[in-house]
Design a protein around this ligand. Structure first.
Ligand code: SF4
Ligand code: SF4
Length: 438
């Protein structure tokens, strides 16, 4: 036996983590970073946020009420059906390519390895952490703790952007008084920081593997055609001596034997790991790749058959399109003000209703001016407490309509007109009833 043949029989088992460094790897990093940037940009740009005092969602600076049916239902329909399409076609790809929990866990693993050595990762498998002898320095531990704490503080700020404008967040981090911030907010924030620190320092991918309900939820939509890792079995002798992809796998499964309902998050780390080892070894490409359609051993014929996926997307794609159309239509026809008139029974005179509350709600986070006029009675027979309202931002204001107590018995149809300087107009029909003897 030649020395080359003999060497070829020695199994190559790579311990520790592979260092993927190919295009797919950098695409994934860009996605992961992009998700965090988008998570901040969505509320900061005004695309979507939550107004706690008003108890309402805000889309593009518009306060959304449940009565804004097209926006609420359209968005729900588009999101629900769009997510079903994503889960069915791409599986748990969100976990591998976007989930911030996974992103910071991967980052924490890398920093951990850099500062304490490649066997120093946290493990809840019962294996003790092994810090490299040359890295057992208090400075490394302190730096690791400081970096984890700093990232936890930054990540805990992100949800706040959904509840407060950036200027209020700035007041928060510079400890300035701001009437928009609750007094207990610093406590709430530090509870979040502590939870994220615990996650970054100790939990990391155990969350993905054993604790994440969202991953289980995404799982339930998978089909046998969902995107998965397929193994090219044409080089069994190479794989028999190698486990580089297994070591690269975040969720600790064997990428060569994936099944429909396994823990794979389609991150592609195994693909780049294999590409890297094979390139170094023989100049060949990866034996693992992403694939739609049934696995080779489950396929009845050679043709790619996506029946289960097509069957599902056939009804979800039209629903997503309908939802998006409704959402856009809702935004297009959005009413920036709301007019309503109520009997003002707090001001009753001898059991007679003579006062009405004209209520105007301003639903946009910009200044606005609204004018009101009443039709149906001679000008001498009623008074308005005001005929113009100036709004600085979203708010609700009332105008009192008082009908004088001199009308003869009968039903008086009234029309309340309201219009704004920026083009909105509406009217409200009501009846003022005067009974005999009143
Ligand atoms: S698929 Fe690639 S990385 Fe995995 S065992 Fe085979 S050769 Fe090694
Ligand atoms: S099998 Fe590959 S794609 Fe799936 S989680 Fe493991 S490394 Fe990622």
């Amino acid at each position: 036996m030649s020395s080359n043949n003999a060497l070829g029989k020695i199994p190559i088992v790579v311990n520790g983590h592979a260092q993927p460094g190919r295009r797919l790897h950098w695409q994934r990093r860009a996605f992961q970073l992009g998700t965090i940037v988008i998570a901040v940009l969505i509320p900061v740009s005004g695309l979507f946020r939550i107004d706690i005092p008003a108890g309402a969602f805000v889309v593009l600076d518009r306060q959304i009420w449940f009565s804004d049916f097209f926006i609420v239902f359209g968005l729900w329909l588009a999101l629900a059906s769009g997510l079903v399409i994503t889960y069915s076609s791409l599986g748990t790809v969100f976990c591998g390519w976007s989930c911030p929990q996974n992103t910071i866990s991967e980052w924490a693993n890398r920093i951990n390895q850099k500062l304490l050595g490649k066997h120093a990762e946290v493990s809840l498998n019962g294996e003790a952490m092994r810090v490299s002898a040359g890295k057992r320095k208090w400075f490394n531990w302190a730096l690791l703790g400081a970096m984890f704490f700093g990232v936890s503080m930054l990540m805990a700020l992100i949800p706040m952007f959904y509840f407060f404008p950036p200027s209020a967040i700035w007041s928060f981090i510079t400890f300035q008084y701001d009437s928009r911030l609750a007094g207990s907010l610093h406590w709430i924030y530090f509870v979040f920081v502590a939870m994220i620190f615990l996650d970054v320092a100790f939990i990391r991918h155990f969350m993905c593997r054993f604790m994440c309900i969202y991953r289980v939820w995404q799982h339930s939509f998978k089909t046998k055609d969902t995107l998965h890792i397929e193994h090219d079995k044409s080089h069994p002798e190479e794989c028999a001596k190698c486990n580089f992809c297994v070591n690269a796998c975040i969720v600790k499964i064997d990428p060569r034997n994936t099944v429909t309902y396994d823990a794979c998050i389609n991150c592609g780390a195994c693909i780049t790991a294999c590409e890297q080892i094979r390139e170094n070894r023989s100049g060949g490409g990866s034996l693992l790749h992403f694939k739609f359609g049934a696995r080779e051993e489950e396929r009845n014929n050679k043709l790619l058959n996506l029946n289960s996926l097509i069957g599902r997307t056939k009804w979800t794609i039209p629903l997503t399109a309908i939802g998006l159309s409704m959402f856009v239509w809702g935004l297009w026809t959005y009413q920036p003000y709301h007019l309503a008139v109520y009997q003002n029974d707090q001001i009753m005179q001898k059991d007679k209703i003579l006062d009405y509350r004209i209520s105007i709600a301003h639903k946009i986070y910009h200044p606005g001016i609204v004018h009101v006029r009443v039709e149906g009675l001679p000008a001498d027979d009623f008074t308005l407490s005001n005929s113009t309202i100036k709004f600085d931002s979203i708010d609700r204001e009332n105008i009192n309509l008082h009908v004088k107590d001199k009308l003869s018995a009968g039903v008086y149809p009234l029309l309340v007109h309201a219009w704004s300087d920026d083009g909105w107009r509406d009217e409200f029909r009501m009846h003022h009833v005067v009974t005999k003897g009143s």
